[in-house]
Design a protein around this ligand. Structure first.
Ligand code: AMP
Length: 144
């Protein structure tokens, strides 16, 4: 299975980003409103300046307390962002997420982000593929 197949199951109404200079408080409100776990920090809505996940906010809160919430996202985000391409294998992405211990990967078309996939998207797509394989094998055995 390829990343492009995972994207078919996702809404195509653009990727949620947050502008550099926004505060952690803004980011927490966005994550909560959109019910997502991470957001890409982008000046133009397509290039990836960094990524900020709920874990980054919790880490700052745990280390520095609520005062951190007025810090900017760019001072806390991860700058070295691992991205993937639509023709990358989903299994490879899953292995990378597991090995590097993050749950989100931007999908890139050159320097433009076209989607953000989560480990949940990858697992759901693999489970649906396994179900199809199971149904096909059951059909062969039972003679459907
Ligand atoms: P997550 O598991 O996605 O909530 O993120 C865990 C940590 O990894 C946080 O510090 C994120 O900023 C960072 N992170 C998330 N996604 C990526 C990525 N694709 N590349 C590099 N770091 C990431």
């Amino acid at each position: 299975m390829l990343v492009s197949q995972i994207l078919k199951a996702k809404p195509t109404d653009g990727v949620i980003t947050i502008a550099p200079g926004s505060t952690l408080s803004d980011a927490a409100a966005l994550l909560s409103e959109k019910r997502i776990g991470a957001v890409v920090v982008s000046g133009d809505g397509a290039s990836v300046d960094g990524i900020l996940s709920e874990r980054d906010i919790v880490r700052e809160l745990g280390q520095r307390g609520p005062a951190c919430m007025s810090d900017t996202v760019d001072s806390v985000m991860t700058r070295n962002v691992y991205g993937c391409k639509p023709d990358d294998s989903a299994d490879l992405i899953l292995q990378t997420m597991t090995a590097k211990r993050f749950r989100h990967i931007p999908v890139m078309d050159g320097t433009r982000m076209i989607a953000l996939i989560s480990i949940g998207d990858v697992v759901a797509a693999r489970l649906s593929e396994l179900q199809l394989e199971k149904d096909a094998l059951t059909g062969m055995i039972m003679g459907y």
